[in-house]
Design a protein around this ligand. Structure first.
Ligand code: ATP
Ligand code: MG
Length: 258
């Protein structure tokens, strides 16, 4: 569904490369994780796929079709993004309802009577919340709204950039479970970026480990769980995430049914 070949990204014609020849492919209906330390280029890869950075080289294909440098409107019917901070990505002075129908308006699609209620229910929210403003919601509810907005066009692909890292551990688990359920029910394809191996392990079947703009290793999630990673950087990342997040990780694992 998503094919990235030799992707290079810089932030200006003469700036150094931030992403240095990254490649991976994500089969339809599967979830692929991109993990690595802060600043290694994970978000830059997602933004390049979304067309938010034009200083790119290499090839990106979607469902077998190579993408042109600028993304067409139809691209956003197939691919939507969910960001880390739902407060930042939602408009503070627009109701949930009006933000949810915006993508339909942008695409000149009909706005059916129950579409907002249906999508709110699909993400586990009370349809009555449609009349609230973002500041009248909890952090977890806001992230559910951001997911609802990504789903309203019924796209087959979601690009998820740290979708739970701004949330409390217990709320993180709820959102991860919601994302896992949605993926199963709808056969969605996910490309998930996180610095947290537990988050990746919950949703993804394969993972690419990034360091300084490059993928150093791609492996299955079972190898990650059993610690059977090869590259020294992957091993460091894995042991760091165990040591640092031991307490946190245990509580996530208790809440999540692996
Ligand atoms: N708009 C920009 N202009 C110039 N440099 C940028 C810009 N955005 C990001 N960078 C640089 O590109 C590199 C990769 O950033 P990126 O946001 O992709 O990292 P990340 O892996 O997502 O990190 P984090 O886990 O902290 O979100 C960093 O060195 C960052 O400083
Ligand atoms: Mg990032």
């Amino acid at each position: 569904m998503i094919e990235v070949e030799n992707l290079t990204v810089r932030f200006g014609p003469r700036s150094p490369l931030v992403v240095k020849g990254v490649g991976f492919s994500v089969p339809r209906g599967t979830a692929f994780g991109l993990v690595g330390e802060s600043g290694c280029g994970k978000s830059t890869v997602l933004r390049a796929i979304s067309g938010l950075n034009r200083n790119c080289g290499g090839r990106i294909s979607l469902d077998g079709q190579p993408l042109e440098p600028s993304r067409s409107r139809s691209f956003f019917r197939s691919v939507q993004m969910v960001f880390q901070d739902p407060y930042g990505s939602l408009h503070p002075r627009k109701t949930v309802r009006s933000q949810l129908i915006e993508p339909l308006r942008n695409q000149n699609l009909p706005i059916n009577a129950h579409v907002v209620e249906d999508v709110l229910k699909a993400v586990g929210l009370d349809p009555g919340l449609g009349y609230r403003f973002p500041h009248q919601l909890s952090g977890g509810q806001r992230q559910r709204v951001a997911i609802a907005r990504a789903l309203i066009l019924d796209p087959p692909v979601l690009l998820l950039d740290e979708p739970t890292s701004a949330l409390d551990v217990s709320v993180q688990a709820e959102i991860l479970n919601l994302l896992a359920d949605l993926q199963k029910e709808r056969g969605l394809t996910y490309l998930l970026v996180s610095h947290d191996m537990a988050v990746i392990a919950h949703l993804c079947s394969r993972v690419a480990i990034m360091s300084a703009g490059e993928i150093v290793e791609e492996t299955g999630i079972d190898q990650i769980r059993s610690g059977a990673v090869e590259h020294p950087y992957s091993r460091r990342l894995l042991s760091a995430s165990h040591a640092y997040g031991k307490q946190e990780q245990r509580s996530i694992e208790e809440l999540i049914s692996f």
